[in-house]
Design a protein around this ligand. Structure first.
Ligand code: ADP
Ligand code: MG
Length: 359
């Protein structure tokens, strides 16, 4: 096994008081095609910018091709040449044709002759399916064509790895496919790629690894089969299975039953529950709250939790004692209330201080 192409060791990044990345350790091998997924704002863009020092890490190390990256401007320029970047917003020069856009880097940064740079750029425009439009200006192209021109420009620098940061997010849906098609061809050629993306099918089909980012780091790193089919860690599971949650604290004394129903109902409607289904949930809440939770005693504060899993269309209703009294919310319930709950639900799991109902 050859040494990794890119490594991060203890990589941290903060903006002022805001800690975005904490202690990331990772190795990226030659030929890896890695999809980076995760909730918005979790630090995906920041991580990719730290890898090529577009935004230097606050602490920690980045290694590229066996050499530690330092802040020296000359070596940074070399690093960025080897680690190309494609952004959501193409970043083409609008006053130049697309072949001139592609030639710019090789001529100005690599010292390539104009003819050689032209021949290379024409070849690359051919590769991305724009061989027929070298003299078009960016404004004359569709979003998908612009992004393909931007990919050709990145390729013209002869990068050893390419980072794509949401390359299709700004595109009209009809143009996503043509850009993903070009990226797929690059992956098949063995190009090392890191792709921040929301295109889960593409991530599944094209990558050999998936990073799920959360909690300021790479929360789970696995094969696409594992991450999409059987994620191990709780936050990955919630993200992949589209779990939506709602909670409401019930305090005896200041408890407003209809406010709770109102908020729970609004949450369920957002998950596209119809009125009949919402009524069934309300019956269960009514029985559980009025015949159990509120009877647990004055000092007992209970958290109502709703967890809806879109993938399986299952709702979990839970009552958890958050005051530490470990009251038994189900055991003390009268027979009729229990029968109502059992009738509406798939399973009821009661233990000290908690009641979990699947429905
Ligand atoms: P993602 O790409 O996963 O959506 P980002 O990496 O863009 O997330 O952002 C992660 C967090 O860092 C966010 O809270 C964002 O507001 C913050 N952030 C990103 N760039 C800057 C910056 N230049 N200055 C201050 N905060 C930033
Ligand atoms: Mg981003």
């Amino acid at each position: 096994m050859s040494s990794p192409l890119i490594s991060a060791r203890g990589l941290c990044k903060s903006y002022g008081d805001l800690e975005v990345l904490r202690n990331i350790d990772v190795d990226i091998n030659r030929g890896d095609v890695i999809s980076i997924i995760g909730p918005s704002g979790c630090g995906k863009s920041t991580f990719t910018r730290c890898l090529n020092f577009l935004d230097p890490p606050t602490s920690g190390e980045v290694w590229f091709d066996g050499k530690k990256v330092d802040g020296d401007p000359k070596s940074l320029q070399a690093l960025r040449r080897k680690m190309g970047m494609v952004f959501q917003s193409f970043n083409l020069f609008s006053n130049m044709t697309i072949v001139e856009n592609a030639m710019l880097g090789p001529v100005n940064l690599l010292g390539m002759g104009r003819q050689e740079a032209y021949d290379l750029s024409m070849d690359l425009l051919e590769t991305v399916g724009l061989g027929h439009k070298p003299l078009a200006y960016p404004d004359e192209l569709s979003g998908g064509q612009k992004q393909r021109a931007a990919i050709a420009r990145t390729l013209a620098m002869g990068p050893e790895a390419i980072i794509f940061d949401e390359p299709t997010s700004a595109l009209d849906p009809t143009m996503v496919g043509e850009v993903l098609g070009v990226m797929m061809a690059l992956a098949e050629k063995g190009t090392t790629m890191l792709i921040v993306t929301h295109e889960m099918n593409f991530a599944k089909n094209v990558s050999n690894r998936v990073f799920y980012m959360d909690e300021k780091g790479i929360y789970e790193d696995g094969s696409p089969e594992q991450i999409f089919g059987d994620p191990v860690r709780p936050r990955t599971r919630d993200f992949i299975f589209h779990v939506k949650t709602f909670s409401y604290e019930i305090r005896p004394g200041s408890f407003d039953f209809y406010e709770m129903l109102g908020q729970a109902g609004a949450f369920l409607r957002r998950q596209l529950f119809d009125d009949a289904r919402i009524q069934r949930v309300f019956h269960v809440l009514d029985e559980a709250v009025n015949h159990s939770v509120l009877e647990a005693g004055d000092g007992v504060r209970t958290l109502l939790g709703l967890r809806y899993t879109e993938r399986t269309d299952e709702l979990e209703v839970s009552f958890t004692d958050v005051s530490g009294s470990a009251a038994y919310p189900y055991e003390g319930m009268d027979e009729l209330a229990r029968r109502v709950i059992d009738g509406y639900t798939k399973s009821v799991d009661a233990s000290a201080g908690s009641l979990v109902i699947q429905m």
